[in-house]
Design a protein around this ligand. Structure first.
Ligand code: 13P
Length: 280
């Protein structure tokens, strides 16, 4: 990745470190991530306040092999990148269009995101699949376009309730991975973050149980072993998303194959979001 010259995530331990913050021994080498997907929320002033509060608080965290990513609405990406210059978080976009430039009114390209030091971009979110009819093929193009410009896709996958009830959730998720990501050469695939977000858990207050999350994450990792190799699978960060909050984060994150979270509603309040970060 391009070195944006921003804060390092391997900060020295500070004497006033809060107890139990990220001291858990992590035998996995893969990076742990908590990402906030703000969706279509916040005015400019509210966004500025939230960014600043999180930036200030993160100064007290030891983020060892751990990354915090904030994904505000596109209008606030420039401000987020400015704040991030002096802070320990990275900036992610919520969407992009898979072309470098051109006559695509209203769209934003990976080239533009890169010019604002945006390092991550969510793709495949169920809300975009549902409300904007985004297809596997279109998401494949987005992944390619982002990787061409050194931006990590955060690729969301997950089943709707009827698919889980029909016991087809594994097939649904496997197809999402196969059709939009598994064309990538291994070196490109290694730059992708995966987020398992069961659609029935998003914004409902009903999170997947830690067991359900672990089961699907292990399944996803196994698919990566079969498509690529063990090492690639072992190093891929797989996040859980869907009604993850300060109360349930620690148990979800304690699962072997759950490497952090993609947080919606609970990322809009600094205190709760930071509690989730400290649950890693
Ligand atoms: P909630 O955390 O609000 O359920 O949203 C999850 C999500 O969609 C994150 O991308």
């Amino acid at each position: 990745m391009t070195d944006t010259g921003r804060g390092t995530f391997m900060k020295e331990k500070k004497p006033d470190l809060k107890p139990n913050l990220n001291i858990k021994t992590n035998l996995k080498m893969r990076k742990k991530i908590v990402a906030g997907n703000w969706k279509m929320n916040m005015t400019f002033d509210e966004a500025e306040t939230l960014l600043t509060e999180i930036a200030d608080a993160l100064d007290d965290f030891t983020l060892d092999n751990t990354e915090v990513i904030l994904c505000p609405p596109a209008l606030y990406l420039e401000m987020a990148s400015d704040v991030a210059e002096e802070a320990s978080f990275s900036v992610g976009a919520q969407n992009c269009y898979p072309a470098d430039n051109g006559a695509f009114t209203g769209e934003i390209s990976p080239v533009m995101l890169r010019s604002l030091q945006v390092d991550y971009c969510i793709i495949g979110h169920s809300e975009r699949r549902k409300y904007f009819n985004e297809s596997h093929e279109f998401l494949m193009q987005k992944a390619d376009a982002l990787l061409r410009h050194d931006i990590h896709p955060i690729f969301c996958c997950g089943e709707v309730l009827s698919e889980r009830e029909a016991n087809s959730h594994f097939d649904v998720v496997r197809k999402q991975l196969e059709e939009s990501l598994f064309h990538l050469p291994v070196e490109e695939f290694k730059k992708v973050v995966i987020a398992y977000e069961p659609v029935w858990a998003i914004g409902t207050g009903v999170n997947a149980t830690p067991g359900q999350a672990q089961e699907m994450h292990a399944y996803i990792r196994q698919q990566i072993v079969e498509k690529y190799d063990y090492e690639t699978a072992n190093n891929t960060t797989i996040l859980y998303g869907g009604s993850c909050n300060a109360k349930n984060a620690a148990e979800l994150f304690s699962q072997n194959d759950v490497d952090g979270g993609l947080i919606g509603g609970a990322s809009l309040k600094s205190e709760e979001f930071l509690q989730i970060v400290s649950a890693l």
